[in-house]
Write a protein that binds this ligand. Structure first.
Ligand SMILES: [Zn+2]
Length: 87
C-alpha cells in the first residue's frame, strides 16, 4: 500500500511505500539537522532532548522523532511533562 505523506519541511503531499515525514527534496535538510544534533552531542554528551533543542534552536519534537526512529540515543528528559503531560 502506498501511503500519502506530508512533508514537515515544505508541506508537500507525496506518496511513499513506507511512512515518512520528509519528502525527497527535503532529505538534505533533515540530514543537516541530524548532523547538527550529533555534533552537539559530541560537545555535550549528557544532554537530553530539551537541552539539545534549546542549544540548536529547533523543536524538541524533531529530536524525539530521531530518538523514536532509533537514530539517536539520548534521554528524552522532561519532554514528556512538557509535551503530553497533565495540565
Ligand atoms: Zn519537503
Amino acid at each position: 500500500m502506498v501511503k500519502a505523506c506530508v512533508c514537515r519541511y515544505c508541506g508537500k503531499v507525496f506518496t511513499s511505500w513506507k511512512e515518512r515525514t520528509c519528502c525527497n527534496e527535503c532529505v538534505k535538510i533533515e540530514e543537516e539537522e541530524f548532523e547538527r544534533i550529533e555534533n552537539y552531542l559530541k560537545r555535550y554528551p549528557n544532554s537530553n532532548a530539551i537541552q539539545i533543542a534549546e542549544g540548536l534552536d529547533i523543536s524538541p519534537f524533531e529530536i524525539v522523532r530521531f530518538i523514536d526512529e532509533g537514530r539517536l540515543f539520548v534521554k528524552k528528559g522532561e519532554f514528556k511533562s512538557i509535551g503530553g503531560g497533565k495540565k
